[in-house]
Design a protein around this ligand. Structure first.
Ligand code: UDP
Ligand code: MG
Length: 152
């Protein structure tokens, strides 16, 4: 399994406003993942339509877009073994009422439309989302000094 798999994780506007982003950064870092991109940004409607293109026909799509534009989003890219699937596990289920305690949504959210965080659901969508949110030169390549203590 590759140590260079990447995923896109975004702290949504409610997570930023509620100051939950340090908790997100802490959980992903302490699990052993390497941060390779980060920026605080207002998402444009056009970007969000592309980001959530699979949900276009859903009744909650308009409210999802206004939720995602209600404040700045902390966009991040993480690298490491199985990071897409592991990242989804750290997030918990989409509906916070069904997210297990110990997960980010399970510990900090109640409503689906205020579930504080996004994570790519497959390696393919991670690639699409990273390219959508980040320019190539905004992603950083560096050797993590903790890798020898994380990977055998
Ligand atoms: N969402 C919602 N109502 C729903 C389903 C989803 O408001 O019935 C929102 C929720 O914020 C979710 C986002 O739309 O995180 C994207 O939905 P998806 O099914 O992709 O869930 P995710 O991948 O974020 O867990
Ligand atoms: Mg999704």
């Amino acid at each position: 399994m590759s140590n260079t798999e990447r995923t896109f994780i975004a702290v949504k506007p409610d997570g930023v406003q509620r100051a939950l982003f340090p908790e997100v950064l802490r959980r992903f870092s302490q699990k052993g993942f390497k941060l390779v991109g980060i920026k605080l940004t207002f998402a444009k409607e056009e970007l969000l339509r592309e980001h959530y293109s699979d949900l276009q026909s859903k009744p909650f799509f308009p409210s999802l877009l206004s939720y995602m534009m209600s404040g700045p989003v902390l966009a991040t890219v993480w690298e490491g073994k199985d990071v897409v699937k592991q990242g989804r596990a750290l997030l918990g289920a989409t509906n916070p009422l069904q997210s297990a305690p110990g997960t980010i949504r399970g510990d900090f959210a109640l409503d689906m439309g205020r579930n504080i965080i996004h994570g790519s659901d497959s390696v393919e969508s991670a690639e699409k989302e990273i390219a959508l949110w980040f320019k190539k030169d905004e992603l950083v390549s560096y050797k993590s000094e903790m890798y020898g203590w994380i990977y055998e």
